[in-house]
Ligand binder design. Structure first.
Ligand code: 5GP
Ligand code: MG
Length: 180
């Protein structure tokens, strides 16, 4: 018989909100003087996990922005990265000359961000930076720069606030860790 995994609280909704408020303030301050050419910050949201993070972050930014989405897959249905990154849904807007900010909810092995940064750079944007809500440095396989980071976390499998386990738990307001 299948045993239901246990959820342990990790980051509450108010704690997440505080991290995002700080990130949004830093990003807004940094980009305010840089957008005179392009008029807006070009945000690329990594579906599906960054859905809620991006929605909350973007609404707290005080600089103009445009939003596009990409969906990459390195995880299967389980809790381990499969190693190679595939594009399931590509961006839809040209990036040449744009200031691009990638928004990802958690940087783990670094493969997703590394793949995406390299791919986007090929379109000759004015700049590419990465904003991650969470990062697990102990799991890194490829070094990547996360310019705007909410918090480093230990090596636990997290769910909630966009993060899933086999498509479950994305809709939790808090972030929890799973123990099976
Ligand atoms: P990476 O390519 O850095 O190994 O993984 C990046 C993606 O894997 C994240 O954006 C996220 O979608 C997924 N991921 C990494 N760690 C976790 C985790 O603890 N829980 C869940 N649900 N997804 C994770
Ligand atoms: Mg993700």
């Amino acid at each position: 018989m299948a045993v239901s995994p246990t959820l342990h609280p990790f980051l509450t909704a108010p704690e997440i909100d505080r991290l995002i408020t700080q990130l949004a303030a830093r990003i807004s301050e940094d980009y305010a003087p840089r957008l005179s050419d392009t008029g807006a910050l070009h945000i690329i949201v990594t579906l599906k996990g960054a859905l809620f993070f991006a929605a909350d972050l973007i609404r707290k930014l005080t600089v103009p922005c445009r939003v596009d989405f990409v969906r990459l897959s390195s995880y299967g249905a389980g809790t381990k990265s499969s190693g190679n990154v595939r594009i399931l849904k590509d961006i839809e807007t040209p990036l040449a000359g744009e200031h691009v900010l990638i928004v990802d909810e958690i940087v783990d092995s670094g493969r997703t961000v590394d793949f995406l940064v390299n791919r986007l750079k090929a379109s000759r944007p004015a700049s590419v930076r990465v904003c991650g809500l969470l990062s697990k440095p102990s799991r890194r396989e490829i070094p990547v720069e996360v310019h705007y980071l909410g918090r480093e976390v230990e090596d636990k499998f997290l769910v909630g606030y966009g993060l899933d386990y086999g498509e479950k738990y994305r809709n939790l307001g808090d972030i929890c860790y799973l123990e099976s």
